[in-house]
Structures are given as structure tokens and as C-alpha cells.
Design a protein around this ligand. Structure first.
Ligand code: PLP
Length: 405
């Protein structure tokens, strides 16, 4: 029950135990095409270029940034948590002239602040995290696409922590590049990074197209300024996933099975239903920790559905409580980074673990462990408050079905 990785869905684990097939086996290329289509549904996009990057989420970030940024390009990175710093670091390594804006952890930027920063820095690319698990808040993105379009700026976001647990719409919000990972709300293991790129982003990327010697044919145009990574060269990855099937890396077959099953689970459930499930169990967990008498960190209005940061009570050793939860109850909750280290725990309700039984069990266990640690907690207050959230939701659902009494 930490901020990720969390338990994988058993269906994903089963899918990943299937036998391997060759990378040009018709069933493999059919899986690739099917996976592209499934992730179009998950990202809510019509983008042709919707692929998996082999590697953890940051492989997706690195592929997007190194392929979109030409050395010397100005890039704006608004930072509101640990992963904003990561975007800056990767953009710098890609040779960008990076401009940052920082705000206090636990808060988000207003669209006006972002537009002002765009006016001041005139970037080619805006790179911003959607949900940052380090602070548990989600940056609203819905108004930023229009701003980027007005100023001719490419718009990239990292949705690793938020996708499938919080509303996200790549096309409606005007995103040019989006990358994710499996180990948060998607219910899979880390190791594959689903990603999508708008036609505008694909144009920028393909303007630096490479085709490796040995598979290049007469007449193939090759850029004089290729993307500075071979492994993460999206122009080559697009040709590998596209109809040309030009050889690049050997697709990580087992991760593809896993990523495909994560998306199939979401499409079966309905992506909006999955978001609503995260909202419900996240709300129950929030009410539960508050019902225990614990204080919650961050701007609650912009809280992510799938993770909550809880202040460690005075006199309690954070890691001792985490240790007891793990050893006595088999429940893992998260520590935290940077300015929040030692001050808050992060408790997740995501992916396969966004369920009523996990929420209630975690709250019951936390109460007992905190009591033993000498913290003043409200007896039964956690489970009781969570139950109220579930009862309200059940009542609302039955009213919706049968009409008011
Ligand atoms: C968890 C998380 C990641 C994780 O990156 P990995 O390479 O998979 O470890 C990236 N970005 C955000 C916003 C996250 O919350």
C-alpha cells in the first residue's frame, strides 16, 4: 500500500508466464498492433504513434525528451516535486537550455503562472509532471494545451503515477507527448513504458530520422543531426512498431504481454470506471487516516486519487511504524523524499490494491501499530470513517439505479 510499485494483478502475472515468440512472428506483430490500439484507449488519443518503450517509466521520459529536444532547444520545466527535478535533469542531459520554475511541495501551478513562464522563456517544449507521487498532488493540465498551442510550444507530460487512477485525456487536453509506466495504477510490474506522440511531435522526431547502416536501403534519407541516443531514438522505434517493422531492439516479449494485459484489464473495466474506483478507495483511505486523527499533507483540492501523504505523529518513529506494519501485517506503506523525508508516510490505493479490503485492513493495522507506538489515535475511527465513505457511495449508487425513495 505504498506509492508504487504495488502488487500486480494476477491476470498480468499469468499473461507474463506465456511462452516467448519471435519478434516477427505474426502473432507477435499482431500483439504489438493490438497493444498500440489498447493504449490509445488508455491515453484517450487517436495518435498513430502509441508504443511501448522497453524499460521503466524513466526510459519513457528519456526517450521522449532525448527525441524531442535538439541540443540548444529551450525547455521549460515547472517543478512541484521530485519528478519535476528528474525531468530537468534528463532535459539537461539531452542538451537543452532548461528553464525551471519551482513552487512549494504540496501545491500546483496555475495556468496563468505557466503562461507567464512561457512568455518569459519562449521554450520549444513544456515538460511537466501530471501526478507527482513525491508530494501526492496532481497538476491540472486541461488548460495548458491551449496555452502551448497559442505560443507554439510542444507539450509533454509524465503520467506514470496518475494514469488510470485520475482523469486524463491526451487529445482533449492538447498533449504532444505522454509517457507512463505499469507499476502504479495500471497494476503491472515496472519495466515497460507506454507512450504516445501527437502527429506534431512525430514530425519533430522524424525530422531527425535515423536508419542504421546494415538495414538502410538506397534512397533512405538520414538526418545529419540524429537523435543522440540509439536505444531511445523514437524515429527508429516508430519504424519498428510501424508497418516497416525495421529492426531495432528485440522487443521485450514478456513485458509486452504484461503491458498488453494491463491495458486489457483497464479496457474491460472501462477506463472511467477504473478512475472512479481509485477515487472511491482513495477517498475512503483519506477519510480513514483523518478519522484516526492523523493530519494529511498537501493541497487536498489537487490531491491524486491514488496516494495520500500522512504526517507522522509527534514522538513516533516513522520507519519503526513502517517496519511493524510490514513484519506483523505484511503491509508496506511508503516513506518520502527530500523536504518531506521523515515527516510524512505515503499510503497508496492503486492498481490491483485499490480495493475495499486492502483499505480497511490497512487502516485497522495502522491503528494498532500507532497505538503500540504511543500515538493518540481515535479507536475505530479509521475503519469507521472509511466504512462511511463506502456506505455513502453505495447509497448514491442505489439512488441512481432506482430513483429517490
Ligand atoms: C513512480 C514515478 C516514476 C517512476 O519511474 P521508474 O523509472 O519507473 O522508476 C516516474 N515518474 C513519476 C511521476 C512517478 O510517480
Amino acid at each position: 500500500m505504498g506509492p508504487g510499485p504495488v502488487n500486480a494483478d494476477p491476470r498480468v502475472l499469468r499473461a507474463m508466464s506465456a511462452q516467448l515468440v519471435g519478434q516477427y512472428d505474426p502473432s507477435m506483430t499482431a500483439y504489438m498492433n493490438e497493444t498500440m490500439e489498447l493504449y490509445r484507449g488508455v491515453f484517450k488519443t487517436a495518435n498513430e504513434q502509441t508504443v511501448l518503450i522497453d524499460g521503466t517509466s524513466r526510459a519513457g521520459i528519456e526517450a521522449a525528451l532525448v527525441s524531442l529536444i535538439s541540443p540548444g532547444d529551450r525547455v521549460l520545466v515547472p517543478i512541484f516535486g521530485r519528478f519535476g527535478h528528474l525531468l530537468r535533469e534528463i532535459a539537461e542531459r539531452a542538451g537543452a537550455e532548461v528553464h525551471v520554475r519551482e513552487i512549494e511541495w504540496g501545491t500546483v501551478f496555475t495556468p496563468a503562472q505557466i503562461e507567464q513562464a512561457i512568455r518569459e522563456t519562449k521554450p520549444a517544449l513544456l515538460a511537466i509532471v501530471h501526478g507527482d507521487t513525491s508530494t501526492t498532488v496532481a497538476q491540472p493540465l486541461d488548460e495548458l494545451g491551449d496555452i502551448c498551442a497559442r505560443h507554439g510550444v510542444l507539450f509533454y507530460t509524465d503520467v506514470t503515477a496518475s494514469l488510470a487512477g485520475n482523469t486524463f485525456e491526451a487529445d482533449a487536453w492538447g498533449l504532444d507527448a505522454v509517457t507512463a509506466g505499469l507499476q502504479k495504477c495500471l497494476g503491472g510490474p515496472s519495466g515497460s513504458a507506454p507512450a504516445t506522440f501527437s502527429p506534431r511531435a512525430a514530425l519533430v522526431i522524424n525530422a531527425r530520422k535515423s536508419i542504421e547502416a546494415g538495414i538502410r536501403e538506397a534512397g533512405d534519407a538520414v538526418s545529419a543531426h540524429p537523435i543522440r541516443s540509439n536505444y531511445f531514438d523514437l524515429s527508429m522505434i516508430f519504424d519498428y512498431w510501424g508497418p516497416k517493422r525495421l529492426n531495432h531492439h528485440t522487443e521485450a516479449t514478456t513485458m509486452l504481454y504484461g503491458a498488453r494485459e494491463c491495458a486489457r484489464l483497464l479496457v474491460d473495466e472501462g477506463i472511467d470506471t477504473a478512475v472512479e474506483r481509485h477515487r472511491l478507495h482513495g477517498a475512503a483511505m483519506l477519510a480513514g487516516v483523518q478519522g484516526l486523527g492523523l493530519a494529511v499533507f498537501g493541497d487536498l483540492e489537487h490531491r491524486m486519487n491514488n496516494v495520500v501523504a500522512v504526517h507522522i505523529p509527534e514522538g513516533v518513529t516513522g520507519d519503526a511504524v513502517r517496519g511493524e506494519l510490514l513484519n506483523d501485517f505484511g503491509i508496506e506503506i511508503g516513506t518520502s523524499f527530500g523536504p518531506l523525508h521523515g515527516k510524512v508516510w505515503r499510503i497508496g490505493t492503486m492498481g490491483y490494491n485499490a480495493r475495499k479490503d486492502t483499505v480497511l485492513t490497512t487502516l485497522a493495522a495502522l491503528e494498532q501499530v500507532l497505538r503500540r507506538a504511543g500515538a493518540g489515535v481515535t479507536g475505530g475511527g479509521g475503519v469507521g470513517a472509511a466504512y462511511e465513505v463506502y456506505q455513502d457511495a453505495a447509497r448514491a449508487a442505489s439512488v441512481a439505479e432506482t430513483g429517490p425513495a
